[in-house]
Design a protein around this ligand. Structure first.
Ligand SMILES: [Zn+2]
Ligand SMILES: [Zn+2]
Length: 319
C-alpha cells in the first residue's frame, strides 16, 4: 500500500514537471488545491552536480530557461546531463538568491528552487539582474534592485494612474471588498514614496492598470502552473496588466491554521505592483522585489532597496 502511494506521488511529480515543457498542460479543471507544488520533484535532484545524469534534469533546465538563466536553442531538446551550461545557471541562480555559490544543487538551493515565486524572469536578455548601475558603469555582483531592459517607466504626464479589477477573472474565496482593501493598501505603500497616485475605477476598459486571476494558459504566453510554483506576473510600463494565478490558496487573513499552501494576497500584490512601476527583481532577500515568497508568509513593507529603486524611476514625493 505504502509502495503504491509512493509510486503515485512519483508519477505525479513526473507528470507535473513534464507539464512545464508543454505550455498548455494546466487548465482550470485540472487545478486542484490539494496537490503539492509543481516544483516538489526537484527534491530528487538534491546533491546533483556537473556530470550527474537524471531524467529530471530537462525539467530543471526548462525552469532555468523560464527565469532567464539558461537558453535552450529552438528545436533542441534539453538533455539529461548536468552540463557546463547548467552549472553556470546554478552559479548565477545562487548568486541572485544570495545563496552560497557552489554550482551544485545543495539542500539550500533545492529548497529555494521549490519556493513559490513570481513568474517574471530574474535574468533579462542574458544579462543578470545583478548588474548594477554604478556611476554610469555596470558592475557585477552587487546586491541591488533592477530595472527592465530600456528602463521603461510611466511617462511624466501619467502620474495619476487608475486601476480596475477584471470582472471576468476573479476568484470566489476573495470578496470584492477584500480585493479593494488589499490593493488600496498595496498601492498606497508605493504611492507613499513616489509622486504617483493610484485610484480604483469601475471602468475596466479605460483603466491604466488591470488586475485579474487566471488559470493555466491565458493568452499571454506565460501559463500559470496550479498550486505553488508561479504565483503571479505582471508587465513592465506602460502595459499595466497584473496577473495572479487563480489556482493558489489566496488569503487576506493569514492565520496559524491557514492551509500549508496559503499565499498572502497583499504580499504578492505589493511585489507585482513593483513590476507594473518598472522594477525588476532584487537579489536582496528582505526586499519586496526578491523573486520568491514562501507560503504562509506576510511580506508587505517596502525596504530601502525597493524605495531607492522606485525613486530612481520617479523621484521622491518631496521633489
Ligand atoms: Zn516578480
Ligand atoms: Zn498572464
Amino acid at each position: 500500500m505504502e509502495f503504491m502511494k509512493l509510486l503515485f506521488i512519483a508519477s505525479f511529480c513526473v507528470i507535473v514537471c513534464e507539464g512545464m515543457k508543454t505550455k498548455e498542460f494546466f487548465s482550470p479543471k485540472l487545478s486542484n488545491k490539494s496537490v503539492e507544488s509543481a516544483w516538489e520533484c526537484f527534491k530528487n535532484l538534491t546533491g546533483a552536480q556537473r556530470g550527474f545524469t537524471s531524467k529530471a534534469m530537462p525539467n530543471l533546465k526548462h525552469y532555468f530557461q523560464k527565469f532567464g538563466y539558461l537558453s535552450i536553442p529552438d528545436g533542441e531538446n534539453a538533455t539529461e546531463e548536468f552540463d557546463e551550461m547548467t552549472e553556470s545557471a546554478v552559479n548565477m541562480y545562487q548568486q541572485n538568491f544570495g545563496l552560497k555559490v557552489t554550482g551544485k544543487l545543495d539542500q539550500q538551493t533545492v529548497t529555494q528552487l521549490m519556493t513559490p515565486r513570481c513568474g517574471r524572469e530574474d535574468v533579462i536578455n542574458g544579462t543578470t539582474v545583478m548588474w548594477r548601475k554604478n556611476g554610469g558603469n555596470f558592475s557585477y555582483g552587487t546586491k541591488h534592485y533592477t530595472y527592465f531592459t530600456g528602463t521603461p517607466r510611466w511617462s511624466v504626464n501619467r502620474r495619476h494612474l487608475t486601476y480596475a479589477f477584471d470582472p471576468d477573472n476573479e476568484v470566489t474565496e476573495i470578496t470584492q471588498t477584500e480585493m479593494q482593501t488589499v490593493f488600496a493598501s498595496a498601492f498606497q505603500r508605493w504611492a507613499a514614496v513616489i509622486p504617483l497616485t493610484f485610484t480604483e475605477t469601475d471602468d475596466f476598459s479605460s483603466a491604466d492598470i488591470t488586475i485579474g486571476f487566471f488559470y493555466g494558459s491565458h493568452g499571454d504566453g506565460n501559463p500559470f502552473d496550479g498550486v505553488g510554483g508561479v504565483l503571479g506576473h505582471s508587465f513592465a510600463p506602460e502595459d499595466g496588466r497584473l496577473h495572479l494565478d487563480g489556482a493558489e490558496s489566496w488569503t487576506v487573513n493569514l492565520e496559524s491554521n491557514s492551509p500549508m499552501t496559503a499565499i498572502d494576497l497583499e504580499s504578492v500584490a505589493t511585489h507585482e505592483i513593483g513590476h507594473i512601476l518598472g522594477l525588476g527583481h532584487s537579489s536582496i532577500q528582505e526586499a519586496i522585489m526578491y523573486p520568491s515568497i514562501p507560503a504562509q508568509t506576510i511580506k508587505v513593507d517596502l525596504q530601502n532597496d525597493d524605495v531607492e529603486g522606485v525613486q530612481g524611476l520617479y523621484g521622491s514625493n518631496s521633489n
